[in-house]
Design a protein around this ligand. Structure first.
Ligand code: C2E
Ligand code: MG
Ligand code: MG
Length: 742
């Protein structure tokens, strides 16, 4: 039994009732089948504080009761445990239960026994991490308190180490996760947890702020990168958003003075690595002790370098996910955001892609600086429009990705948004946009699928002549699949020399003489099925394949023309159709020169046909190129004239030699009527001083009408259909025999 009057407060840590820093009591559990032991323990420990905190004692009268209590509530610092209870080893097996079954490794256990003979083996001590073993007779009041104090001190150390380890684990984890978006937050959180554990502070009211946020593009402001407890929701916000002047002042002072601040009720720790600066704010209920200050110094010195690395990685990370010009998220980031949208399955969310029409022209024509300024202006306008309700990203040179509610992302709102011109440098530029929309049609499709669908809709919209928006519908995907298959087949057939060129004559209406031939690409499919050029050429253009195919057509046409040019009654030139991607290709001019040289042809033997729509769509790109071609001495013809929207002034600027009247206008000529457009175009040609070829002439009546207008030349089934080279040679011979004089 205990010697209750023997209590002498020899131990520094054991004091009376003076107010202390922490009032949370230490929780003790007394397990004993002797009720007197419970009473005596209560009496011995009554009203005392150990290590600054009071004690709260719970009681269990048997091992069985103790098991039930601990299973329900494990938050005990010390268990005072009787060895012999229901059985001789009830106490020892209780220890096994606490450590192994309940996995309570932090709580300290003091074994007490009435019989000296029941001391456990040394191995049991070690295996079960038992703190102390005493016979009850030995445990005088002072010794009991001493034993409990030692156990509590050890408990607190174990707890501190565990908390430190948790903090370190978070830092290690943060380091491994650096490439994730929130790495800096995870890192800051690790730092905060470790500091709190180090200084034994509650995990609340701690903030880590750094100078400058790459996301906000404000290099001088202070931003919260990590926080704990009630302040977590302020992460990523400017420090000034916090409603805590003392905290803001402490962090500002800390960064301004570049040193730690130890105040009465708070501490601010300064971190610096290279030009990276940050401060950690902690509420410290009492001034930090000299020992803790030292710890903080060491901690800060160690963590600063790490912090610098994380910021560096964060910057790289930001660069990887953002467009440096507009500061908007880039395509990669947009896809991640789309993933989140797809997961959210919010039917009201719409994905839209917005393409700026004629951007390349503007960039070339007005300088890249103006182009950049326009992109920034468009980005700002889109962000203002969507605000917090959605996302804006730049996902291509002149393509923006948008996610938001249907009320804001619809054709009317977006066309309205760009009704007014945008300021770009000193210019006020009108902005025409093409839009592709995709609604969340089904749950669970990935971000990349949503992007692909919106892109299909955008490409559809671009191909429309007038309407400049489309919504994705599933049938589009089927046709896309079909288009891809055609492109694949075309690529493979082209590489296996499966394409060929046919030729159609152009005849002088006045003399009947063959003035020229037009080279027309043919794709004879393996199964005998022939894909018409109107189907596969747009696909070849879309896929870029037209650049290589176009080079080949050019060479084939020049070679064919070399072969026939010396025949009697031979034409004086060959016309080749060219597409926009060829104009954009830097090697285009060189290809033309070498095709001419290789086939020993003068430049005036080659005429390039470009469609009116193409010439007017990107006039700046086309004009520059045409001027160079003209300088070499080539002839230029505008194909399908009358289907586009050229103005007379635009037409005048182009260095052209010939207008080809689109066959739709020739088809209208019947019974000597309906030739009004043809007549206008012929007159226009005469005014511009260029030649005219009427396309699609099928009847003698049409030919006579055109001859009456003094239209110089015609091309069409009336004279000949397009044909392979050998047939053309035979056709020329035959015609020469029929018209020997021309
Ligand atoms: P295009 O340059 O306007 O060529 C004239 C088209 O009209 C040819 O169609 C020709 O077969 C057709 N045609 C000629 N005379 C008559 C007629 O009297 N009646 C009717 N109904 N049609 C006639 P095709 O060969 O199907 O070519 C279609 C378009 O494909 C061409 O129109 C041209 O824009 C493009 N194309 C053809 N070959 C090439 C090429 O090598 N490169 C490029 N970029 N485009 C090409
Ligand atoms: Mg043509
Ligand atoms: Mg044509």
């Amino acid at each position: 039994m205990m010697d209750s009057e023997e209590f002498i407060p020899l131990i520094d840590d054991v004091v009376g009732t003076a107010p202390q820093r922490h009032d949370r009591p230490w929780r003790l559990l007394v397990v004993d089948d002797d009720s007197e032991v419970h009473t005596a323990t209560d009496f011995a420990l009554h009203g005392i504080r150990i290590l600054g905190r009071p004690l709260a004692i719970a009681h269990a009268a048997s091992a069985q009761e103790a098991r039930a209590m601990l299973a329900a509530d494990r938050d005990f610092a010390v268990v005072l445990l009787d060895v012999v209870m229901e059985t001789e080893d009830a106490g020892l097996s209780m220890v096994g239960y606490i450590r192994d079954t309940l996995q309570m490794h932090e709580c300290r256990i003091i074994l007490r026994t009435g019989q000296p003979g029941y001391a456990p083996e040394l191995s049991v001590f070690n295996a079960f991490d038992i703190n102390d073993y005493r016979t009850k007779a030995e445990l005088t009041r002072t010794r009991l308190i001493t034993a409990i104090t030692a156990a509590l001190r050890s408990y607190e150390q174990i707890r501190t180490i565990a908390e430190n380890r948790r903090g370190l684990e978070m830092i290690v984890h943060a380091a491994a996760d650096l490439l994730e978006m929130r790495a800096i937050t995870g890192f800051a959180e690790g730092v905060l947890t470790q500091l709190a554990a180090l200084l034994k502070l509650p995990l609340d009211g701690i903030v880590c702020a750094q100078r400058g946020s790459p996301c906000a593009g404000d290099p001088d402001g202070l931003y919260i990168v990590g926080a704990t407890g009630r302040l977590v929701r302020h992460i990523a916000q400017p420090l000034s958003h916090l409603d805590d002047p003392a905290l803001i002042a402490a962090i500002e002072t800390c960064i301004a003075r570049q040193q730690h601040i130890f105040g009465e009720r708070h501490t601010a720790i300064y971190l610096k690595s290279g030009d990276q600066e940050a401060a950690v704010f902690l509420n410290t209920p009492s001034p930090v002790s000299a020992g803790d200050r030292q710890l903080i110094e060491v901690f800060a010195a160690n963590i600063a370098a790490c912090f610098g690395n994380v910021r560096l990685v964060e910057r790289l990370h930001h660069t990887a996910y953002h467009d440096p010009l507009t500061k908007l998220p880039n395509r990669t980031r947009f896809i991640l955001d789309l993933d989140a949208v797809a997961r959210g399955n919010d039917a009201d969310r719409v994905v839209a892609l917005l393409d700026l029409q004629h951007f390349a022209d503007l960039n070339d024509g007005l300088s890249h600086e103006v182009g950049n300024a326009l992109l920034v202006a468009v980005a700002e306008r889109l962000q203002q429009h969507l605000g917090e309700s959605g996302h804006v990203a730049r996902i291509g040179a002149d393509v923006f990705g948008l996610i938001g509610p249907e009320a804001k992302l619809n054709p009317d709102s977006l066309f309205d948004l760009f009704a007014a011109p945008c300021a770009a440098g000193e210019h006020l530029l009108p902005v025409a946009v093409t839009l592709g929309f995709c609604r969340l049609l089904e749950a669970g499709c990935s971000g990349i699928v949503l992007l692909k669908r919106a892109n299909i809709a955008l490409n559809r919209a671009k191909r429309n002549l007038h309407g400049s928006y489309e919504y994705f519908i599933p049938e589009m995907e089927d046709s896309t699949r079909w288009r891809l298959q055609i492109i694949r087949q075309l690529r493979s057939d082209f590489s296996r020399s499966g394409l060929t060129v046919w030729y159609q004559p152009q005849v002088s209406l006045a003399t009947g003489r063959v003035a020229g031939i037009e080279a027309l690409l043919r794709w004879p499919g393996e199964s005998g099925f022939v894909q018409p050029p109107s189907v596969f050429i747009p696909l070849a253009e879309y896929s870029g394949l037209i650049v290589d195919i176009g080079d080949w057509v050019l060479d084939a046409a020049c070679a064919a023309f070399r072969d026939i040019r010396s025949l009697p009654g031979a034409p004086s030139r060959v016309a080749v159709n060219v597409s926009m991607p060829q104009f954009r290709s830097p090697r285009f001019l060189h290809q033309i020169e070498s095709a001419l040289a290789r086939n020993d042809l003068p430049p005036e033997a080659l005429e390039l046909e470009i469609t009116e729509t193409l010439a007017m769509d990107e006039p700046k790109v086309v004009l520059g190129c045409l001027q160079k071609l003209k300088k070499i001495g080539l002839r230029i013809a505008i194909d399908d004239f009358g289907t586009g929207y050229s103005s007379l002034s635009q037409l005048r600027e182009l260095p052209i030699d010939c207008l080809k009247i689109d066959r739709s206008f020739i088809g209208e000529i019947a019974g000597g009527e309906g030739g009004m457009f043809a007549e206008t175009i012929v007159a226009l040609g005469q005014k511009l001083g260029v030649s005219i070829v009427a396309e699609g002439v099928e009847t003698p009546e049409q030919a006579a009408f055109l001859r009456g207008l003094a239209c110089p030349a015609a091309q069409g089934f009336l004279y000949a259909k397009p044909m392979p080279l050998d047939e053309l040679v035979a056709w020329l011979r035959h015609r020469q025999a029929a018209y020997p004089s021309v």
